[in-house]
Ligand binder design. Sequence first.
Ligand SMILES: [Zn+2]
Length: 96
Amino acid sequence: MTVYNQILDEIKHQLETYLSQNPEVLACQCQQCRNDIVALAANRLPSKYTASREGRLLTGVELQSKQAQLDVFKAIVEATKQVNNSPRHPGRKVMP
Ligand SMILES: [Zn+2]
């Protein structure tokens, strides 16, 4: 049985949409910076662990609420700022 943190999927999904609509918000778009944002955002949000298909469906419905979507989005915006200010790898800084 796999235990699954559903908030991660929600963050990844929203981050892809956010970056495709606003590519300028992230100075470096490499996979590492994106992963860092997902990790940082996940740390700011309550975990949503599920271990069954039924649980996953229920949590999926919960995560579609306006408030949940907004919380995920705010965490992504904050995490993006954090990664822009200190990317974890050298030499890729695009912003002055
Ligand atoms: Zn990067």
